[in-house]
Design a protein around this ligand. Structure first.
Ligand code: PLP
Length: 354
């Protein structure tokens, strides 16, 4: 990465150069999308996806509330209304029955978050197709996730819906040495829009054809991203091995419940999360053993102050609430050593006996 970054700096070709194009091509090949376009970060990719699909004032977009805040605020930023729905008890992604109930004449898109690396229910993508609703994959946490779709073919995250949105924030399954994101599409008619939205919506003749902005990724970041992409599959396999080991060690434990994997899915394990009725005690216990843990989305999106005027602000989404109250992530990453994994296992198992 260091050599690639320095070589790119030395070219003095710091923006709009060949590295960004090449990174996009390789990323598209990796996930099987028609095109992939590097951009500034995951949040701007979500904004861009909604703009490309023409989502705006008067439109509704269905989104889970149990997610990172920008899955929802991107909708407000284009002037549309977020319709928050509950997630599945087992897999923690959008619940298809809740999606069906939430669809109205105003529904223009669904943002399906592949949460923690678990792909969304592919039947929601079929439902969206049937109803003429666009499906945006929020794949910020799902680089390398795979899912067998209803046509029995396996697809990679970023090539399941209409537009895929990725983040390369440093904690993600792959990164670019700074902020970064990627837009992908599988829809022929959207390829030009996806390519140009990051560059002021310009056509090759430099005329702005659609509303876009400068969302471009720097060449140094793209050069680093290409190095990381080469390792992505191996790194995700390593995460899968660790998750499998954790699942086998914790499956009969009375104090924690293990994450479930959707049938047909190859989870990308951005996070490995356990459910426990005593999350504070669990975090404290792991802390005492020198093991990092994280609680995620303890205030679901629709209950954050930014949505205090939203009609669903006071609504309780039952599964979302359970996850907010009980979910704790334990370390999973490709760099983790065998002895560190064992320390994590010992830490969790000793919690059961305290
Ligand atoms: C599910 C989800 N969506 C969107 C984003 C936004 O990505 P970024 O931080 O690159 O803007 C993140 C990042 O944490 C995320 O986890």
């Amino acid at each position: 990465m260091r050599a690639a970054a320095v070589a790119t700096l030395d070219t003095k070709n710091w923006v709009k150069g060949p590295k960004g194009k090449e990174f996009g091509q390789r990323f598209a090949e990796h996930c099987g999308a028609l095109v992939a376009v590097p951009c500034q970060n995951g949040s701007s990719s979500l904004w861009a996806a909604l703009r490309i699909l023409g989502v705006g004032e008067g439109d509704e977009v269905i989104v889970p509330s149990y997610t990172f805040i920008s899955s929802a605020t991107a909708i407000s930023l284009v002037g549309a209304t977020a319709v928050f729905v509950d997630v599945e008890e087992d897999y923690w992604c959008l619940d298809i029955d809740e999606v069906k109930k939430a669809i109205t004449e105003k529904t223009k898109a669904v943002i399906g978050v592949h949460l923690f690396g678990q792909p969304c229910d592919p039947k929601i993508i079929d439902l969206c197709k049937e109803r003429g609703i666009s499906f945006i994959e929020d794949a910020a946490q799902a680089h390398g996730a795979r899912q067998v779709m209803s046509d029995s073919l396996e697809r990679v995250a970023g090539a399941m819906g209409d537009i895929g949105c990725f983040s390369f924030f440093p904690s993600k399954n792959m990164a670019v040495g700074g902020e970064g994101g990627m837009l992908t599409t599988t829809v022929e008619e959207l390829t030009n829009l996806v390519s140009s939205v990051v560059n002021h919506g310009r056509s090759p003749s430099l005329e702005s054809m659609q509303l876009g902005s400068n969302l471009r990724m720097s060449e140094v970041s793209a050069a680093i991203g290409m190095i990381q992409l080469k390792h992505l599959d191996d790194w995700v396999c390593k995460r899968r091995d660790i998750a499998e080991l954790y699942n086998s060690k914790f499956s009969n434990n009375n104090c924690v419940r293990i994450p479930q994997i959707r049938p047909g899915a190859k989870h990308a394990w951005h996070q490995y999360c356990l459910l426990t009725d005593k999350p504070d005690e669990f975090v404290q216990h792991m802390d005492q053993h020198g093991i990092d843990t994280r609680r995620y989305y303890t205030t679901p999106c629709h209950q954050q102050s930014v949505f205090s005027e939203h009609s669903q602000f006071d609504k309780i989404l039952p599964v979302t609430q359970i996850l907010a109250n009980t979910l704790v992530a334990i370390p999973i990453m490709h760099e983790i050593t065998e002895s560190e994994v064992q320390r994590v296992i010992d830490g969790v198992l000793s919690f059961s006996t305290t």
